[in-house]
Design a protein around this ligand. Structure first.
Ligand SMILES: Nc1ncnc2c1ncn2[C@@H]1O[C@H](COP(=O)(O)OP(=O)(O)OP(=O)(O)O)[C@@H](O)[C@H]1O
Length: 249
């Protein structure tokens, strides 16, 4: 495969991405031509009414699913052209995920959970970087705890550290605060924001929550499979008002 580098500073780029599920009369087009260009170190929230294509967007952008047409660039690689095995490897090495369920391994300590992606990738651990990440997410004193010995917010901090430890091209967060109370949720969102600024990570978050979305630099809105606008550094009320214009959510 020829690899073409995109302009430096670009972490994620979607060009005319479409996604159709099924075929014939049963076909459902979930994305109808999505363009998005995110620079490194940005924190973007994606919002849209139910069924507007948010999960489909996330899956295509993160290499969990393939677009029907169009291309998805992560760092310097067009992942829409990778074969399944290469895509799996690329995802493991270049993409970070944070989900509503923390998906930590219960038998491992916080630190072991954080370093697991490096071990799976066969990479050695850079102790200075690991210390930096662990400190950045406030886990220094919890390194030896197992998931069952941590609060939900603490577990999500482990998941965030695990997502960024490989220095991925982008971190995708799917409702990362969905299982947390509002105060803990705010702390996790502040952490995602600092991940973008302090660790120069590119964070893309799908959420239904205007308060969560308002932590991002930019909120982009999906409706019926296309991006229909954005707000920069909005208040939660501005996000909620915009969503109300888009219909049921
Ligand atoms: N595997 C699939 N097979 C067929 N149709 C699908 C599939 N996944 C999603 N869809 C359809 O694609 C459209 C977009 O779905 P998607 O899950 O991306 O929306 P969403 O914005 O994430 O919705 P929600 O906010 O309700 O989770 C919907 O019409 C949905 O029914």
């Amino acid at each position: 495969m020829t690899e073409v580098r995109v302009q430096s500073g670009t972490a994620l780029r979607l060009d005319s991405v479409t996604k159709t599920y099924g075929s014939g009369a049963a076909a459902v087009t979930a994305l109808r031509g999505v363009d998005l260009h995110l620079t490194r170190g940005s924190f973007t929230a994606v919002m849209g009414p139910s069924g507007s294509g948010k999960s489909t967007f996330l899956h295509c952008a993160a290499g969990l699913d393939r677009p029907t047409s169009g291309s998805v660039w992560l760092g310097g690689t067009d992942i829409s052209r990778l074969k399944p095995k290469a895509l799996t490897r690329f995802r493991r090495d270049h993409v970070g995920f944070v989900f509503q369920a923390y998906n930590l391994l219960p038998a491992l300590t916080a630190l072991q959970n954080v370093t697991l992606p490096l071990l799976l990738a066969g990479e050695s651990v850079d102790p200075a970087w690991l210390d930096f990440v662990v400190d950045a997410v406030g886990l220094t004193d919890l390194r030896g705890r197992r998931p069952a010995e941590m609060s939900g917010g603490q577990q999500q901090r482990v998941a965030i550290a695990r997502a960024v430890v490989t220095r991925p091209d982008a971190v995708f967060a799917d409702e990362p605060t969905g299982a947390l109370d509002s105060r803990t949720g705010r702390q996790v969102l502040d952490l995602l924001r600092r991940t973008a600024t302090d660790l120069d990570q590119t964070v893309v978050m799908v959420t239904h929550d205007p308060v969560a979305a308002a932590h991002a630099d930019r909120v982009v809105f999906l409706a019926d499979g296309v991006f229909v606008g954005h707000l920069d550094r909005p208040t939660p009320q501005q996000v909620a008002d915009h969503m109300t214009h888009l219909g049921e959510w």
